[in-house]
Design a protein around this ligand. Sequence first.
Ligand code: PEP
Ligand code: MG
Length: 861
Amino acid sequence: MIGIVVVSHSSALAAAALELAAQMVHGSGPRVELAAGTADGGLGTDAVRVAAAIDEVAADAPEGVLVLMDLGSAVLSAELALELRGSDAPVELTSAPLVEGLVAGLVLASTGASLATVAREARGALAAKATQLAEEPDAEPGDGADAASGTSPEASVSAAVLDEGGEGARAAVAPAAASPVLITLVDPAGLHARPAATLVGALAGFDARVSLRNRRTGHTVADASSMSALLTLDGRHGDEIEVTASGAGAAAAVAEVSRLAADGFGERGAAEGSGASGPVPAATVPVWSAVPAASDASDAPNAVDAADGGYAVAPLGVSPGVAVGPVVRMSEPVTEPAAGTALPEAERAPAAASIAAAFAVVRERLEQRAARLTDPRLAEARAVVAATAALAADRALIDDAAALVTAQGRGAERAVWESLGAFAGRLAAQGGTLAGRAADVRDLRARVVAQLRGADEPGLPDRAEPFVLVARELAPADAALLGTTRCAGLITAAGGSTSHTAILARSLGLPAVVTPQALELAAGQLVLLDGTSGEVVIAPSEERVAQASARAAFAPFDGTGATADGHRVELLANVASGPEAQTAAAAHAEGVGLFRTEFVFLDRQTAPSRAEQLAAYRPVLAAFPGRKVVVRTLDSGSDKPLAFLGGAVEPDPALGVRGYRAARRRPEVLDEQLRAIADAARDERAAAWVMAPMISTAAEARDFAAACRAHGLGTAGVMIETPAAALTAAEVLAEVDFVSLGTNDLVQYTMAADRQLAELAALNDPWQPAVLRLIRFVGEAGAAAGKPVGLCGEAAADPALAPVLVGLGVTSLSMTPRALDGVAAALAAVGIEQCRAAGAAAAAASGPGAARAAAAAALGR
Ligand code: PEP
Ligand code: MG
């Protein structure tokens, strides 16, 4: 049976279309995956997600994959996905209408029909409706509006045509070279990525080459089918754009552009509607949107603990941790080729051809690099490198450079330098997200020029010994490979906490600092960098290095967490998969304090079956035979939306139907999950504890505990993530066997500061006394009830905070396995009374800075 992938800007739309289509299928249907919406729950499409969906479906359906798309950039993303996917099953992108095509395709596919047959059926799916409405069934793309209005395409064009003097309409449209049309950009945001994508998508069906010229800037885009070119038009609100076209379909294409322009390229509706969505990423750079820019920031303590009560984001530390090592500078940048004299005519064609060849070599190298990054943990890196490779394949970029050679006699290197430099400049001038892509284009330029020179491709240096890499900024393609070198830390002159480099550094656990003085560091110089504070120490003293090294390297955790005087504190791991559980077991975690089950199913559009859940849960339990594994039920919503649990768009998802609240809407999903956990627990030897996220009342805790017990799950608990749950901890604890403090959310809700907002990072600090006092409140309730009070937020991983938390009554700490050594060492260095004194002092402090200082003093540090 073939499989199906649905690509849509809207996850709700895709899920609803699938729900409708699934009604028509009896028995088992084909595997369907939805690649819809952006990672943050917004409207948009993402080529990386589409590629992943294709691969997943292809794994079950080697006979082929049919891809249905909604519109505009969905098509572009799907096309790019064909380059990014790993599987080689046949894939067909179909122009079939999304809803009707999905219904027809799903029904036929479930009969075992071939890819070609299903594709044909899906394409013809509008016929029934057209017949019903007495329309012509096979209207060509672009004809629809005209057919509906009863006018011919030519009439539509002529009505829109203005002569240069703007004196009125002209009717004549030559068949192979349409008269210029003047359009005005009516969208307040101008010709940004989404309208550009719409335009590219719309023109794809025409046998025409469409050119645009911005009258305000004089800039011309020779081929409107290139996304990269369109974005450089710098089309702003009110700009007048001349549209010309050549080719057999010129008139129709120009008419289509006019129609789209009059409609604001579909943006007016969007702007006047919910107004919630931002621009969809550009076609040549869509995979960048796959990088979870903001989501990692909440896990990275980049906030400077400025004056207590104030909050400032550190400008420098972008990935936490300490690194010491000699400076290794990025290789010298490729120098600008001399302008030289014009090439003789005879040399131009070979020089132009050499440009295409150089682009091809660079693209191939980048593709090979991407292919080498098979480790699932480097999936993000792979996408970044693949995106740069896709940029190297952009025909418009190659043609622009070649044109400088053939038309103006530039040398090949110079032509590439000028054309890509100009493109980068235009991107930079547009600001925002696109400006961030300028560095990628310049990186591509350096690689192509080096290739033309026969020089080594500029890239990431590596050494036999650990080193600190210093660079102005890292091209994403280089940053992506950081994890494959002995780079111990990173200092760059440019970038920020949401730059690709910072995100990748964080995901690799590499400390990173951004400082304008970076380039003053000489090669070989010993430096120490602290990615938490943003500190860079040049030629640090041995003592300083020893201190920092001691901070960074601890004796391996022996598997028994305790204070110096033997007060036991279970040190557990946060995991989201079987392999992560194995890593945790190898790091001697005493068990699992938080198994985030929703991570297993984040990309699922339909609820996982019990068998699938069993397959996901058993390996985690199997990694800890005889130990405790706290399985958290699905924590859907806010920053982790699960499509199959999603409901209406909420104005504030963090305060919406998330976590346990979703069980009210879909009780059968919780029921099925508890059944699967119970099955897994029966099959494995671990002690399965179960807990619910986002509890606000004791009644919710009671209902959850009852549901667990009904499934034979004997140890039921809840997370304390809301101030309400903390303040009613005694009542909550009366209903359950244990609680676990989710400080990531508890801090967010206590401080009313979005955990994803880097600007509020200093408010989002577990050292805030308000948070510490709530933790103490819960700790005291736990002690009174004689029940465990765990803590599984990021705060558990802070070695300085661990003794404070224990002093406040926390009985177990669950963290990323990488943090176990440091936290264990911090606890082993102090006694329980010191911890209590530190907890009391920190909670009584006036702010987070004072709390840190008070705790350090109480602990004798
Ligand atoms: C928390 O909120 O602290 C927690 C552990 O849950 P999550 O980070 O998954 O929301
Ligand atoms: Mg939480």
